[in-house]
Ligand binder design. Structure first.
Ligand code: 3HC
Ligand code: NAI
Length: 693
């Protein structure tokens, strides 16, 4: 065995050279890995006793892509293209042996090998689109030559990881190795290739599948149309599509040049920078400064949910989906049956789309039990309360829980706004009480705010975060304050949206500006969807707000066919003259003359107060880091990933500008705009949120 460098070894097994990479955690193509590969392949090619070469990786995965942390830094070492050329033009067969994931640059390297073998658990993909770029090392030119244009389009624009079995079917890999026996199988495969004198098969020379799509521009036109909604606002999907078009319409080397051009266009743009930031921010949230990774966790085998309403049912599904038994408790049988019925319907819908089998549905439903007795939660390891949002009810439930829950159980509340510390006072074990704030629909939305109370113990926090990961959520640890991180900032936007309407904008103007910014919908369309009557009580309604009047007229949102907007039978919305009239009357009563409000002002008024509030949240230590706030907004509220989140956006537009606006509104419109001390400090020091440690 020869060490080529600290991450690359070259050894021989008879006349087969084996190049082994070992660069934890994911064998990313850092300068060291590229240099190692180049050196090892050169040596194996030069050695006349070597008949074939196997490339394999140590650790949990094959090469998972370029080293994203090197992006934007001056290039060092061998280029990826040099490595690829060396492999592809090797005068002896090269076999890539894949386990874990071959992603991005990793798959591109494997595509330069003449043959590929993988274990059944392996996956292949080109996920570059998720960080705002495209496969820039030949992936868009080689992939369609093997899997065909349609599958290549789907893979590069979704970034999906394709399992080994499907890869075998599409030709992306040539052989499956028994699980755990990759090295032996790869060596045997290499020997077979040598003994059968198989050709040095280069993907670049296989033109059949791209030629079949030549002269069929409709393939691309239809693909664009079918995915327009999904790709809206993002630059990367379009350039990925164009690169595949180039593979179809240009000779290989010309196609490579076009891929490069399209890659650089994305790579140097602001979206890729934002998406790269989000990639690392998503991985940061799990790092808790005062709770080490080895903090003892509590075993969670059985979960109890209280309340089978909008949230309780969705929360229960998360656990059943990963095989954990759940009991849902309701007060009345009718509510329980309705809740269980909604869960069943959700699963049936998924099954109808082919994403679950009937057996899966039965298995999951089998894990969910209903009960009308709180006592049936006595043996649960984790209990999540999702009853009405009223402090006295929550306290009553927690006091009862304190009596019936076993010692060591975690008592969580799904409250949106209420004080977790106050809820905890209803128990004699405030260290066991925590907030687990899911987002609606709870079975779909990825965000889970884990709310740490003053007395919550570290094992309870560590367990709640681990549970978040287990059920496929992105857990963000936040502190107790009204609305926590997400809803507290949302309240700023909602207030300004309402005020803008009083000053002269229409709800559809505000919605359009936020939609164009990249949100899935604006605040008024969102209210119509959720129902204007959430928290509205008919008996107490005195027509004091526009919302009150709309609800009193039974315009309670989409479900009643009208709200801020009018809806047709297909739920398409259009601006409503009724709403317009109500707004005019409100303005007249308040003595306000409507003014024309520019789109730019609408955007700034909705977003800068959120950034300011985010600064207050950081100041108060209610979020660990600015990037955690960004992750909350991207995963809980549809903030566009390519804008990086509100705090990232603040840095991008310049905190000086944000502060300047806040100061001017503070003077003209009062204290709600008072700039955060942290914002002032950062601007005075010429720094951004990114500079906070
Ligand atoms: N570059 C640098 N660091 C990377 C990385 C990469 N490509 N991929 C993962 N890491 C780091 C993570 O930041 C994390 O670091 P940390 O422990 O310090 O937080 C560590 O590796 C482990 O990653 P995960 O926590 O994500 O581990 P998982 O086991 O959950 O997932 C994975 C493994 C599926 C490989 C996942 O990390 C992943 O999807 N990685 C990104 C893959 C990717 O996007 N590849 C394309 C890169 S771009 C490219 O190749 C351009 C080319 O076309 C020229
Ligand atoms: P919901 O009104 O749809 O459901 C509440 C359910 O709790 C009802 O079915 C009710 O019968 C039941 N219930 C009331 N008291 C009970 C008791 N003592 N024991 C057992 N069951 C009882 O309410 P929703 O929307 O599900 O909200 C629940 C909690 O989740 C609230 O705290 C809310 O703030 C929070 N939340 C709601 C979100 C939403 O979008 N709806 C989002 C995130 C959190």
């Amino acid at each position: 065995m020869t060490a080529i460098n600290s991450v690359t070894d070259l050894s021989k097994d008879g006349d087969i050279a084996v190049i082994t990479l070992n660069s934890p955690p994911v064998n990313a193509l850092s300068a060291g890995v590229r240099d190692g590969l180049k050196g090892a392949f050169d040596a194996a090619i030069k050695d006349p006793s070597v008949k074939a070469i196997v490339l394999i990786c140590e650790g949990k995965t094959f090469i998972a892509g370029a080293d994203i942390s090197e992006f934007g830094k001056p290039p060092k070492g061998a280029s990826l293209f040099e490595v690829e050329d060396t492999i592809e033009s090797a005068p002896k067969p090269v076999v890539a042996a894949i386990h874990g994931t071959a992603l991005g640059g990793g798959l591109e390297v494997a595509l330069c090998a003449h043959y590929r073998i993988a274990v059944p658990s392996a996956k292949c993909g080109l996920p570059e689109v998720n960080i705002g770029i495209l496969p820039g090392a030949g992936g868009t030119q080689r992939l369609p030559r093997i899997v065909g244009v349609e599958e290549a389009l789907a893979m590069v624009t979704s970034g999906k990881h394709v399992n080994a079995k499907q890869c075998l079917a599409s030709g992306l890999i040539d052989e499956l190795a028994p699980e755990g026996e990759l090295r032996t199988a790869a060596l045997a495969f290499a020997r077979k290739i040598v003994s059968e004198a198989r050709p040095l098969r280069k993907v670049r020379d296989q033109n059949e599948k791209v030629e079949a799509a030549r002269g069929h521009p409709e393939i691309f036109a239809e693909f664009r149309k079918a995915h327009a909604r999904q790709f809206r606002g993002f630059n990367a999907p379009e350039n990925n599509i164009r690169a595949i078009e180039a593979a179809v319409n240009l000779p290989f080397d010309e196609g490579l040049k076009e891929e490069r051009r399209l890659f650089i266009e994305l790579f140097t743009g602001p979206q890729a920078a934002a998406q790269r930031y989000v990639f690392f921010a998503e991985r940061q949230v799990w790092k808790l400064p005062d709770i080490p990774d080895d903090t003892a966790q509590l075993p969670v085998r059985k979960v109890g949910i209280i309340g089978a309403g909008t949230m309780g049912g969705g929360i229960a599904m998360n656990f059943a989906n990963v095989g954990i038994a759940v009991t849902i408790v309701e007060v009345q049988d009718a509510a329980l049956q309705r809740g269980l019925g909604v869960i069943r319907k959700n699963y049936d819908n998924t099954a109808a789309k082919g994403r679950l089998t009937a057996a899966d549905v039965d298995k999951r439903m089998g894990l969910i039990k209903g009960s009308l007795e709180l006592e049936s939660l006595g043996d649960c390891d984790l209990i999540i309360e999702a009853v009405f949002e009223r402090m006295e009810i929550k306290k009553e439930v927690f006091a009862k829980l304190d009596r019936i829950a076993k010692q060591g159980a975690i008592l969580a509340s799904n409250t949106s706004y209420l004080n977790i510390d106050e809820i905890a006072t209803a128990t004699k074990r405030p260290d066991a009480v925590i907030g687990m704030h899911f987002f609606s629909p709870a079975n779909v939305m990825r965000l889970l705010e884990v709310v740490r109370g003053e007395k919550t113990s570290k094992p309870v926090i560590a367990t709640a975060m681990a549970i978040a990961k287990k059920i496929g959520k992105i857990g963000v640890l936040v502190g107790v304050c009204p609305g926590f991180v997400g809803n507290r900032m949302l309240a700023q936007r909602q207030r300004e949206a309402q005020k803008l309407v009083m000053e002269g904008a229409m709800p559809w103007d505000v919605d359009r500006v936020l939609y164009d910014f990249g949100f899935p919908m604006g605040p008024f369309a969102m209210s119509d969807l959720a129902g204007l009557d959430i928290g509205w009580v008919k008996e107490n309604s005195r027509g004091e707000t526009i919302r009150d009047v709309l609800c009193e007229m039974d315009r309670r949102g989409q479900k009643t066919g009208a709200g801020y907007y009018d809806y047709d039978e297909k739920r398409n919305r259009k601006p409503s003259p009724v709403t317009e009239k109500i707004i005019s009357e409100f303005r007249a009563r308040a003595g306000i003359t409507a003014r024309k409000i520019e789109d730019g002002e609408i955007l700034e008024r909705c977003i800068y107060p959120m950034i300011n509030e985010g600064a207050k949240i950081l100041e108060e230590g209610k979020a660990i880091r600015a990037s955690d706030i960004d992750i909350v907004w991207i995963n809980g509220y549809g903030w566009p990933v390519y804008e990086g989140g509100p705090m990232y956006y603040g840095d991008a537009v310049g905190l000086g500008k944000v502060l300047d606006r806040m100061q001017s509104w503070h003077k003209s419109m009062g204290d709600v705009f008072k700039p955060a001390a942290l914002l002032e400090k950062l601007v005075a020091e010429g720094k951004g949120f990114k500079d906070l440690k």
